[in-house]
Design a protein around this ligand. Structure first.
Ligand code: SF4
Length: 116
């Protein structure tokens, strides 16, 4: 869900550079992706990633769990990036449910500027 709103801001310059490359690859190649409940490719350059464990895992798990439940997906699901992005768009963003999931996030003001 966060990638929908990515505009070059993030936890560090390394994190934002990595995220920009990753997002371009996802949108350009539309690869098959696997949903995982632990740190993943998005986390590779994040300063909150401490040896494969997210320092804010409680918050992330709460957000991710809510998004996946609304999308009818679970840990380990495999699907095309575009199909995943479409499910998030339909079931969370277009449904007006984003704020209820992650309205307490430190980045909420960035995402709240977008209208769906
Ligand atoms: S889940 Fe944690 S480690 Fe991964 S990108 Fe988010 S804050 Fe960083």
């Amino acid at each position: 869900m966060c990638l929908t709103f990515f505009e070059g801001k993030g936890y560090s310059s390394a994190f934002t550079a990595h995220t920009a490359v990753l997002l371009a690859r996802l949108e350009g190649e539309d690869p098959l992706i696997r949903i995982v409940s632990h740190t993943d490719e998005v986390c590779a350059a994040c300063p909150n990633n401490e040896g494969g464990v997210c320092r804010t895992a409680e918050k992330v798990n709460r957000y991710d769990g809510a998004v996946l439940a609304l999308c009818g997906l679970c840990d380990g699901a495999e699907l095309r990036w575009s199909d995943f992005a479409r499910l998030v768009r339909w079931h969370v963003l277009d449904a007006g449910k984003r704020d209820g999931i992650c309205g307490d996030c430190e980045w909420n003001s960035v995402c709240a500027e977008h209208r769906f």
